[in-house]
Design a protein around this ligand. Structure first.
Ligand SMILES: [Zn+2]
Length: 336
């Protein structure tokens, strides 16, 4: 009986060590993506570990196809390195078959780790979103066609792969079935996102901006401005010079605050300077990028001569689309 417990404990420790080390490999995989992304100036706010793998949430996706190619491959490359290092350590005593023993809790730990890293590489390179292989495929396609089209084609291929996974899953591997569903909808989401991004790229700011708002000019008093604001309530008002060039923004909250004690003051004194403007012929994608890096609520829209022609508030942008995350879908369970 004591032997049984000893054996059980050993097996448990081996099993736990394996799971911990597996997650270390998954984290390193995600760090591979994150480091490659950082080389292109893209930050990774966080890395999440899920029961089925890890996700490195990149601040944004690389714009250039070959950058995405490198970022996508950097994760699996880490597992290649780990596998190679383990191979050097293990040498002749390699028992790759031990991966099958994961659930049994026996077998050689390092061999199992090596095997799981190979599986991580192979599985992640399956050409289906949200696996890295899907991104590799998309980036290769994107060198020859528009990003959205490349994504739709890669997504369709991914969905075919998902259906194949599903069929295999139905033949007795519930985890594979689960992954098939995950991949199928992941591909769909990726295609929708790419189409939304394309729309954002093609739509001009001019199409969604508000026409010229009431403007404040130098020489106006706070009282003048309040009277104007009462006729056309806004969150803020641009202050312009005689050539319609934007000097600053006056928030309406400042106006009402100044009305009691400073009604006769120049409204110019309330203006916030250093205002960020948007180009009227810019895309909504550009507008979204500018908004992301600014704390302004409203943005003057200007023409090539720097004259105010419209106004864009955050709420004027069509429904925001959410960047999908870089993903390492592993496998540990899928390998069973
Ligand atoms: Zn990955």
């Amino acid at each position: 009986m004591a032997y049984y417990f000893d054996g059980g404990l050993d097996a448990m420790i081996l099993g736990l060590s394996f799971i911990v080390l597996l997650f270390v490999c998954v984290v390193l995989h995600e760090f591979g993506h994150a480091l490659a992304a950082r080389a292109y100036g893209i930050r990774t706010p966080d890395i999440t570990l899920l029961p089925i793998g890890g996700v490195a949430r990149l601040e944004r996706m690389p714009d250039k196809p070959w950058q995405e190619f490198v970022v996508a491959l950097a994760g699996p490359a880490v597992n290649v390195v780990i596998a190679f290092a383990l191979y050097l350590v293990i040498g002749r005593d390699l028992h790759l078959g031990d991966v099958a023993a994961v659930d049994r809790g026996d077998g050689d730990l390092l061999s199992k780790l090596l095997a799981i890293n190979i599986i991580l590489v192979v599985f992640n390179l399956v050409p289906a979103f949200p696996m890295d292989g899907g991104r590799v495929l998309r980036s290769l396609l994107a060198t020859r066609m528009k990003y959205a089209r490349a994504t739709r084609i890669a997504a369709s291929i991914g969905q075919v792969v998902a259906v194949l996974f599903g069929i295999l899953g139905l033949m007795g591997n519930p985890m594979l079935l689960f992954i098939a569903v995950f991949v199928f909808f992941g591909a769909q989401q990726e295609a929708l996102f790419a189409t939304a991004k394309e729309n954002f790229e093609e739509a001009r700011i001019a199409r969604v901006m508000q026409p010229l708002p009431p403007v404040l000019t130098r020489g106006m008093t706070v009282l003048d401005a309040v009277q104007l604001a009462m006729r056309d309530p806004r969150h803020s008002y641009p202050l312009v010079d005689s050539g319609l060039r934007v000097l600053g923004l006056v928030p309406s909250a400042e106006l009402s605050g100044a009305l009691h004690s400073h009604a006769g003051d120049q409204v110019e004194s309330l203006a916030k300077r250093g205002v960020v403007s948007l180009p009227v012929d810019g895309s909504l994608l550009q507008a979204r990028e500018v908004m992301r890096h600014s704390d302004q609520e409203d943005f003057p829209v200007t023409n090539a001569a720097n004259q105010l022609v419209g106004y864009l508030s955050r709420s004027d942008l069509p429904e925001q689309f959410i960047e999908p995350v870089s993903n390492g879908l592993p496998v540990a369970h899928g390998a069973r």
